[in-house]
Design a protein around this ligand. Sequence first.
Ligand code: T5A
Length: 212
Amino acid sequence: MARGPGFFLTLEGIEGAGKSTSLAFLQRYCTGLGWSVETTREPGGGPLGEALRAIFLDPGLDLSVEEELLLLYAGRHEHLRRKILPALQRGALVLCDRFEDSTFAYQGGGRSFPIERIETLSRWTKLPRAPDLTLWFDLDPALGAERIRARHPDRLERESQEFFARARRIFAARMAAEPQRFWRIDASVSLAEVENQLMVALAARLPSPGRG
Ligand code: T5A
């Protein structure tokens, strides 16, 4: 499928980094810039993906990493096919809370699953579309855990700080490999300071609506 005139922006990072909070700000801000904005998330995004998300996060289930990966890529295929690609074709700005970098960070880093096998699955399943820009909300796992401490933890939030430290290292490695796609946000600072960083990133990397 053709690339389309829209722009595909993903938000990545470990638990509590502030992605969901910033998604709401980005939606308002980019709408103000004149973009038609579509917000979405992974796991999820479509009827199949949302059903799989409930399974994926269920703390009562004991899933192997292979089972996790197959759930994630089934949902991602539907998400691209039914939601992301059509929105980009319409010229929208798609704001997606997590995407494929999370799979490499969590299943590849956190669970130490071989990266080459994830790459094989990605090539096998994925419709051809990578994000145009990925905002990486970088945060120390201890601070992330502190921010979400009051919550009832889902299946992934029960993982150790070492798990999230490994995930963080993979985000860093992916940014080093693809600096033109990534922009690092220091997520340890106040929300107002995070918003300032987001505006700087968008001024540098987001085209005008209709010119994506
Ligand atoms: N997963 C996902 C995989 O394992 N593989 C994959 O391929 C994919 C796609 C999804 C889970 O699935 C895993 C990763 C996840 O574990 P989710 O509920 O969508 O589950 O999880 P998260 O995206 O991690 O959601 P979180 O809510 O934990 O993190 P956010 O969205 O980064 O954080 P947010 O915005 O909710 O903020 C958390 C708290 O911190 C405060 C907020 O007010 C909130 O209370 N906060 C700040 N406080 C002070 N200063 C700031 N700058 C703050 N920013 C936020």
